[in-house]
Ligand binder design. Sequence first.
Ligand SMILES: Nc1ncnc2c1ncn2[C@@H]1O[C@H](COP(=O)(O)OP(=O)(O)OP(=O)(O)O)[C@@H](O)[C@H]1O
Ligand SMILES: [Mg+2]
Length: 269
Amino acid sequence: MNKKILEVKNLTKKFGDVTAVNTISFSIDRGEIFGVVGPNGAGKTTTIKILTTLLPPTSGEALIGGYNVVKNATKVRRIIGYVPQMLSADGNLTGYENLLIFAKLYDIPSKERKKRIIDSLHFMGLTDVADKMVKSFSGGMIRRLEIAQAVLHNPKVLILDEPTVGLDPGARDSVWEYVKTLAGKGTTVLMTTHYMEEADAMCSRVAIMNRGNIAALGSPHDLKISIGDDGASLNKVFEYYIGKNLDSGVSEGNFKDVSRTRRTTKRLG
Ligand SMILES: Nc1ncnc2c1ncn2[C@@H]1O[C@H](COP(=O)(O)OP(=O)(O)OP(=O)(O)O)[C@@H](O)[C@H]1O
Ligand SMILES: [Mg+2]
């Protein structure tokens, strides 16, 4: 069996004059939690949209489970789960009803739906709120529901775009506990984040992206060694490769996070 579950080869995406993703290559082994970090506009979401078959690349290719994301898009969709950067749950439905929509979307046989939904609510710690409207959920609960939606069909690869943006530290930790448990059960995870400590603690390997390019890639430990300081923070590694501290990006990110959170709240009514 091929150890590599995800392979990206010379992937490029251009929007007119903007090269959002510039000839990037990397691969992810089965069972990894792989992180992509980078400032706003680095090309993280664009890469993820190509991998989730939502956006065609300009050139290059990507394979998941051996399937080409362009030529075998249907097969790829069956084996991935996706939690987008923007809200993917409906505030005016209950947790259970949101999951039912996804169960239908994923063609889970009607006889199995109820059990799968109940199991996933239980797994994500949402049993008690299953029949409450999602607009009454906290940010962390919404994120956990979105993860439950994304893994209902037992995907081999779970792809999360900024899963903890706008969450307080407690809610972030809880989301990560669930993601780690999923990974422990054999799900491969690809995630993006602005939070360096999170990437450091969670990821087997990290790609540092900037302006469409991968500036550095390796385990957090190897990345620290690569700058000659194995006691460094990942933020320092980032600063070394990108030439600026992510704090500047983060404050931008924070502002964005707030407006995103507000937009989310607004959409949830
Ligand atoms: N549909 C689009 N049309 C034109 N340009 C786009 C489009 N989507 C993204 N871009 C541009 O591509 C670049 C990469 O954007 P992308 O959303 O992938 O970055 P990101 O790393 O996810 O950023 P963030 O941290 O803000 O989410 C940016 O310059 C962005 O403005
Ligand atoms: Mg993004």
